[in-house]
Every structure is written in C-alpha cells, then in structure tokens.
Design a binder for this molecule. Structure first.
Ligand code: NAP
Length: 298
C-alpha cells in the first residue's frame, strides 16, 4: 500500500497567516480597527516563554497590535485579576490569552472565568464552551480549529465519517469532538479509562490523538487510509548521544509516525503538523473577536 500523504501544517499555517494579514489591513482601512492581542505569562517556564515570544512576533507580522505582560511567578491572584480587568476594559485589546500552566497557587478555572467571553480567544470560558456545544457562534479553542482546517483541506466534506478523538481536555479533546460533531461526523471520545483503545481507534476514518504520551498510537491501531491528526507534543532527549548530553531535545507526537505512515491515508508530522496551526488560529480568533466587538460583518 502507498504511504500516507504528509499534511504540511507549516505551509497551511503560513498561507493562513497571509490571508489574515490581508483581512487585518482591510479592517483597518474600512473601519479604522486594529485587532489587538494581549498575552499574559506568569512565571518563567522556558517552553511557555518560547510560545509567548512566537505569539508576539506573529501577531505583529499579521499587522495586529501585540502586548505581552510578563508577571513574576509569585504574583497574587488579586494582581493578576486587576490586570485582566484592565485588559477586559481596554478598547485596544480584542483577545486575551493567559499562557497555561500557571504557578500552583493560582487557579486556572478562576483565571478563565475572569476573562471576558468576548475576548476569550482560547475558547475556554464556560460561555464559549456552552455556545460551541449549543451550535451557536463561539470563540473556539485554537488547536481544534486548526485541526478542522487541515481535515477539511484533505478530506473535503466530513459528513458521515467515523471520528475518534483520544483525549477529553477542555482545551483540546472536548472542543475537537464538538467541531467534528458539528461537521456531521459520528464521534467517539476516548480517554485513559477507555477499554480496548486500539480497537476503538481502528474504527476511525479520522483519528485525532491529543494525549501527550510519546508514540502511544501504533501503526496497527489505524484503519487503512484513515486521516491521522497528531496533536500530542512530548519533548524527549535527542537521539544523538552527544547532543543529548548537551541537553538537546526532540519533539515526539502521540503517534508512532514511522509505523502509521505505512497505514494511514493522511498524517500530520510532529513537528510541522498541528503545532504551527495553533498560533495562526489564535490570530484568526483575535480578528474574529475584533470584528464582533466592533459589529463588523463577516
Ligand atoms: P491533557 O489535559 O493532559 O489531556 C490529556 C488527555 O489524554 C486526557 O483526557 C487523558 O484522559 C487522556 N489520556 C491520558 N493517558 C491516556 C491513555 N493512556 N489512553 C487514552 N487517553 C489517555 O492534555 P491536553 O492539553 O489536551 O494536550 C494533549 C497533548 O496535546 C499534549 O501533548 C499537549 O502538549 C498537546 N497540545 C498541542 C498543541 C499544539 O499546538 N500542537 C496544543 C494543545 C495541546 P483522562 O481525561 O481520562 O485523564
């Protein structure tokens, strides 16, 4: 059987960012509105620092206003909430993203609840999750939105497909399942208590793995010809012992790529698959939020 087609998320995301930049310029010209994104980082987690830096750079490249608020790890909840209240009220800001994880003394749920649903570009508030589940327009978590774009690009109409999502987090698994359901797929959500996960996965025309366990999904879990979307990211030591000794790492997905590529019809690589879509969809959500806040159609 032929090898799977590799889904190039990096290229797709670059094209999407270009289209967003054109829309941002049009919005400025027609309505005098510059979409603005504020990212809040509490503490100094190195991976989070990199994500936040990349978000800032790509926001500016799209022609948007970008603010990054770096707070010390011991920031009190009241001080973080005061910042969020200011950002909620700031007319230059249309999207607010708090980079998770936050230090242990802070509650992720309470932070999310403090963000205005109109500016909740991560789609995590109860309002946006409820709107998505009710089939109403919602700001929806960026990575699942990006996965849907890639799936639609390679499969076209998703109606009637059997979809299996492994993982049920509020950020990834649940919104992914809702979006697939809204696209008329027959959806199964699997998780750590699922019995005989390989058999469940083998039924999937569309398999989305969002777990965070390196190479858990083996080639023989995959239905021949299926579309496989690998969301998981695990950082492991480099395979080169010299580089590993220097502390160099490599990114590994949830899917055993070398096995899966022999069976699947389409597959996203790690890195270069789903990852680049996340920031592009964050920009898209910021643009959408700006349009809605200013009552601009489309
Ligand atoms: P999470 O909150 O830790 O959720 C992981 C999910 O995997 C949980 O629902 C858990 O089930 C399930 N799980 C754990 N072990 C399992 C097993 N052995 N069999 C089946 N299911 C199992 O993580 P997340 O935020 O959803 O992220 C998932 C992965 O995607 C992570 O690697 C993360 O880094 C990556 N990610 C990537 C991007 C990107 O931009 N590419 C964006 C978001 C996330 P239970 O609910 O039963 O515990």
């Amino acid at each position: 059987m032929a090898q799977a087609t590799i889904i190039d998320g990096k290229l797709f995301a670059a094209n999407l960012r270009e289209r967003i930049a054109v829309e941002v310029a049009d919005l400025k010209a027609a309505h005098g509105v510059t979409p603005g994104l504020a990212v809040v980082l509490v503490g100094e987690d190195p991976a989070s620092q990199t994500y936040v830096r990349n978000k800032g750079v790509q926001t500016l490249e799209a022609g948007m206003h970008s603010e990054t608020h770096r707070l010390p790890a011991d920031t009190a909840e009241a001080d973080l909430f005061a910042l969020l209240d200011r950002l909620n009220a700031d007319p230059a800001i249309h999207g607010i993203l708090v980079q998770f994880p936050v230090p242990e003394h802070l509650s992720q749920d309470r932070i999310v609840a403090r963000i205005s649903p109109d500016k909740d570009v991560d789609g995590l508030t109860v309002t946006n999750a409820g709107r998505l589940a009710s089939g109403l327009p919602a700001l929806t978590s960026c990575t699942p939105v990006g996965c849907m774009m890639l799936l639609r690009d390679v499969l076209g109409d998703l109606r009637g497909k059997r979809a299996v999502v492994i993982g049920r987090s509020n950020l990834m698994g649940k919104p992914m399942a809702q979006l697939l359901l809204a696209a008329d797929c027959t959806v199964t959500i699997a998780h750590s208590r699922t019995v005989d996960l390989p058999a469940v996965c083998r039924e999937a025309d569309i398999l989305v793995a969002a777990v965070g366990r390196a190479e858990m999904v083996r080639g023989d879990w995959i239905k021949p010809g299926a579309a496989v979307i690998d969301v998981g990211i695990t950082r492991l030591p480099s395979l080169d012992p010299v580089r590993a000794a220097e502390g160099k790492t490599r990114l590994v997905g949830d899917v055993a790529f070398k096995e899966a590529v022999e069976v699947a019809g389409w597959i996203t690589p790690v890195p270069g698959g789903v990852g680049p879509m996340t920031i592009a969809c964050l920009l898209q959500n910021t643009l959408t939020a700006a349009k809605r806040i200013h009552g601009v159609e489309g």
